[in-house]
Design a protein around this ligand. Structure first.
Ligand SMILES: Cc1cc2nc3c(=O)[nH]c(=O)nc-3n(C[C@H](O)[C@H](O)[C@H](O)COP(=O)(O)O)c2cc1C
Length: 356
């Protein structure tokens, strides 16, 4: 029987176990989106994960959706990430960069030079985002032109090349949680009637083009994809997501991607059907209402419901999480107040078992 503690070959890379650190924004990069020495320590502390997926990292400046998020579009950012990847590799870990464009989830106050957030259509998300001024109402994004959409796809490919130059083992395309890729997939955020919208297949096109461009740039075996069909986060409404996601998975499955990663999919039957459309390793961040993914979910690998499991909040609070899961605990409790921004408290000071 396969367990979460068994090794797996991914992207031609042997992973020591199937416990993945989920991508988590922590808002501790510099204003210029450069990873800091604290980020080097944070990721290195968690190098016993089979694979680390970094926090969402913008592919271009207009893609920044929150304060102090890192990027992969300048030489300084690449140099900063190189220090992270070298240190994680020296500790025996493996690390993918999550490539992200916030789209309409952003705000002019987060952007330089009078830039405004962009989206598939000029549809404002209901609710508030987070800026340096605290919670702030979303704005109506500027609708991307066809030419700009192609340039945005190229931006994902360029950031993927930068990630490999920075020493990453691969990249994960952030197609989940209501950011730009998800906005194109969703009928309430994408009202276009050109080649990028208007039908299930057309709404899948941007995601397909991004995956193909990234796979061409760095190799399909180094390209993962994260999706959350039906997840309403960031004012997404997808009443009938199956046709769009089927079109997407049918187009990308033959490429031979590193993995498919899903999160926040409450409809488990839909999830099982979509998984069948993808031929490759399946990384699951399971839905666990009211608590983070925990030891209870390890059996999902044993039952064959996932090839790898992603752990979020528990990995924030437990730098040596695989060891603790293998031992049945104990687990430090995550402190929400220090999740998004701040100093090294709640970032670097959670103890390992050896510290206790
Ligand atoms: C502090 C924090 C930041 C997050 N940032 C991201 C992110 O940058 N990209 C992403 O895809 N998901 C992000 N997520 C979602 C997690 O990857 C994960 O799906 C979620 O926490 C549920 O998993 P869990 O129950 O194991 O925590 C974030 C979650 C948390 C708690």
């Amino acid at each position: 029987m396969t367990t979460a503690f068994d090794p797996i070959e991914l992207a031609g890379i042997p992973l020591a176990n199937r416990i993945v650190m989920a991508p988590m924004t922590r808002n501790r990069a510099t204003e210029a989106g450069v990873p800091t020495p604290s980020m080097v320590t944070y990721y290195t502390q968690r190098a016993s994960a089979g694979l680390i997926v970094t926090e969402a990292t913008q592919t271009e400046v207009v893609g920044r959706g929150y304060p102090l998020t890192p990027g992969l579009h300048t030489a300084e950012q690449v140099a900063g990430w190189r220090r992270v990847t070298d240190s994680v590799h020296a500790a025996g870990g493996r690390i993918f960069a999550q490539l992200w464009h916030g789209g309409r989830i952003g705000h002019p106050v987060l952007l330089p030079d009078g830039l405004e957030p962009v989206g598939p259509s000029a549809v404002r998300a209901a609710g508030q985002g987070f800026t340096q001024n605290g919670p702030t109402d979303f704005v109506t994004p500027r609708e991307l032109t066809d030419e700009e959409i192609r340039a945005t796809v190229d931006g994902f490919a360029a950031a993927a090349r930068n990630a490999i130059e920075a020493g990453f083992d691969g990249v994960e395309i952030h197609g989940a949680n209501g950011y730009l890729v998800h906005q194109f997939l969703a009928p309430n955020a994408n009202l276009r009637t050109d080649a990028w919208g208007g039908s299930d297949a057309a709404r899948a096109r941007f995601a397909i083009e991004v995956v193909k461009a990234v796979a061409e740039a760095v190799g399909a075996h180094r390209t993962g994809l994260r999706l959350s069909p039906g997840n309403p986060f960031n004012d997404i409404a997808e009443p009938e997501p199956e046709a769009t996601y089927t079109a997407l998975l049918d187009a990308v499955s033959p490429l031979g991607l590193a993995y498919l990663h899903t999160c926040d999919v409450h409809d488990l039957q839909l999830l099982a059907r979509l998984r069948k459309r993808f031929d490759g390793p399946f990384l699951l961040n399971p839905v666990t209402v009211g608590r983070p993914t925990g030891p209870e979910e390890l059996s999902l690998v044993e039952q064959g419901d996932a090839d790898l499991l992603a752990y979020g909040a528990l990995f924030i609070a437990n730098p040596d999480l695989p060891r603790r899961l293998a031992a049945g605990g104990p687990f430090n409790a995550p402190e929400r107040a220090s999740f998004y921004g701040g100093d090294d408290h709640g970032y670097l000071d959670y103890p390992s078992l050896d510290d206790n």
